[in-house]
Write a protein that binds this ligand. Structure first.
Ligand code: SF4
Length: 150
């Protein structure tokens, strides 16, 4: 029945909406295994790994860890990862380290983003950071602050 489709493809040949994902029945999409659903999302024009994982975690409630710029900045400053690593390597590292718990991934990601926005900013507020005792970057930021003081 047409009403059960997520969205009817509008045109053939090159329209990003003309995609298999959009033709999957609503009740079928929830039964797809996470890897298949991720593949479908990634094959839609304009959806990259971070957006696909946002959709998987927040819409479809799949245990997928979203890697964003805040995660890269915070964890690389802490010395826990190389922030230049490829998206998939970082995602795999988190997912192999943590139990596959959607609620926890959701909250963990929110806390990382909050901390990176409020404290571990591009110019970090290390004096106000509860992580400073375990942070490798702290010394660099203090040196930078000393060098920039009048
Ligand atoms: S100590 Fe500074 S650099 Fe390290 S995590 Fe905290 S705010 Fe970021």
């Amino acid at each position: 029945m047409a009403g059960d489709n997520l969205q009817e493809p509008r045109k053939r040949n090159g329209n990003p909406l003309d995609h298999g994902l959009l033709c999957i029945q609503k009740n079928q999409i929830w039964t797809l295994i996470t890897d298949s659903l991720r593949e479908q999302l990634l094959s839609v024009h304009g959806i990259g790994p971070e957006t696909a994982d946002d959709i998987l975690l927040y819409v479809y409630e799949r245990p997928v860890f979203v890697i964003d710029a805040y995660t890269r900045r915070l964890f690389s400053r802490l010395g826990l990862l190389d922030g230049e690593l490829a998206y998939e390597k970082l995602r795999a590292a988190f997912e192999q380290t943590l139990p596959p718990d959607v609620e926890m991934f959701n909250e963990y990601h929110a806390l990382i983003d909050h901390h990176a926005k409020q404290v571990c900013r591009p110019k970090p507020l290390c004096g106000a950071c509860f992580l400073q005792r375990m942070c490798q970057w702290k010394g660099q930021s203090q040196t930078a602050n000393l060098l920039t003081r009048p």
